[in-house]
Design a protein around this ligand. Structure first.
Ligand SMILES: *Cc1c(COP(=O)(O)O)cnc(C)c1O
Length: 369
């Protein structure tokens, strides 16, 4: 059997939740599980996160309905909201919280029939210019929502464009616009307005963005939201470890090339290990020679192009035989490092894993095997 799998360390997940909670102790935790829990497998992690967090967050309603089908009973927020009356009806039936980010979505709520009521998050475009109503429009939308028979409670939500930059003027500006709107609404209503601003980067870098609800994603899974701060330095531990095995070892004489395109040439006689993982599993094809790979727990370097089912690795001084364990990222090799070598972010590495990679909740026998 082809041995390419990933393990999910539930102790690391619990640990990361605790680290995140310590950063913003007053905020409740909405755990982002969109895109199949960032490629980790929502079926496996959502029950645990449902227990550890105060709510879960998805991008689309289908993702939220899949969680309900799975038996997840905790609050679930759909952060891109719904797009049809049918979807709104489903959301009400399954008690899903919805973001409202556009005039079209607002109209769905205006026209909604009497029935079950749900929590809504009015999404404000405070400067990212992706989703959300501008503050002036949001002011009106807030009142419209108050009249909707589908609305139980209202909260105010925004998303930062540059929270991963440590002294970002844009973040300060977005925060200022959001707080001004929030205050105006609170004064008009005579009651405080529930808020949600912080993604992982803001949770670690912008204490002023604390609110009633924080919305971490990547930090839960143990990667860093920052380009220049390691996950370890934030106290986070990787949840996912991507594993495979050596399937062949041979010596390539000096001057000969390895792999498609003959892009890597041996400078000296070189021991090469062939590992059973490739872009067909989601290992990034654009990872260049030199990208780190752990074989028998020791750092080696990718040599030559990534194939669909295999990679070739320069063993250097490391000894290895077929069957020996390989870590592509995770325990002992941060995904952030591999991502950076491949010119991307760990979010993308995780999300691109294919169904060919089997997912296992961490059991000791797998770790030691
Ligand atoms: C994905 C997402 C998050 C989480 O972002 P991370 O950088 O993974 O912490 C938070 N809020 C919204 C609206 C998102 O789409």
């Amino acid at each position: 059997m082809r041995e390419t799998w990933l393990t999910l360390d539930t102790a690391a997940l619990r640990h990361n939740v605790a680290v995140i909670r310590r950063q913003m102790p007053q905020a409740r935790l909405l755990a982002m599980v969109k895109a199949d829990a960032y490629g980790h497998g929502a079926a496996m992690l959502a029950p645990l996160l449902a227990e550890q967090a105060d709510a879960l967050g998805t991008a689309f309603i289908d993702e939220a309905l899949a969680l309900r089908e799975q038996g997840v009973r905790s609050p679930i927020a759909v952060l891109e909201g719904v797009f049809t009356t049918q979807e709104l009806a489903l959301a009400r039936q399954h008690d899903l919280q919805l973001a409202v980010h556009s005039p079209e979505q607002l109209a769905l709520f205006e026209q909604a029939p009497a029935g079950a009521q749900i929590a809504v998050w009015l999404k404000v475009n405070s400067g990212m210019n992706r989703l959300g109503l501008r503050p002036v429009e949001a002011l009106k939308a807030w009142r419209v929502l108050a009249q909707s028979p589908a609305v139980k409670t209202r909260g105010l939500l925004t998303h930062f464009a540059t929270a991963d930059e440590l002294d970002s003027r844009q973040t300060v500006q977005q925060l200022g616009r959001f707080r001004a709107l929030q205050q105006a609404l609170a004064e008009a209503d005579g009651v405080p307005v529930s808020d949600s601003l912080a993604n992982s980067a803001a949770i670690f870098a912008h204490a002023a963005a604390a609110g009633a609800w924080m919305r971490p994603g990547i930090a839960l899974y143990g990667s860093s939201p920052f380009a220049h701060r390691s996950a370890e330095s934030l106290g986070l531990r990787p949840v996912m470890t991507l594993r495979s095995r050596v399937i062949a070892v041979h010596t390539v004489p000096a001057g000969e090339a390895v792999g498609y395109g003959a892009s890597w040439v041996a400078a000296r006689d070189t021991r090469i290990a062939v590992v059973a993982i490739g872009y067909g599993d989601g290992y990034p094809r654009h990872a260049p020679s030199g990208t780190p790979v752990l074989i028998n727990g020791q750092r080696c370097q990718l040599a030559g192009r990534v194939s669909m089912d295999m990679i070739t690795v320069d063993l250097g001084q490391v000894t290895a035989r077929p069957g020996d364990p390989v870590v592509l990222w995770g325990d002992g090799l941060p995904a952030d490092e591999v991502a950076s070598a491949a010119g991307t972010i760990s979010y993308e590495l995780f999300c691109r894993l294919t169904p060919r990679v089997q997912r296992h909740l961490l059991a000791d026998e797998i770790l030691n095997g």
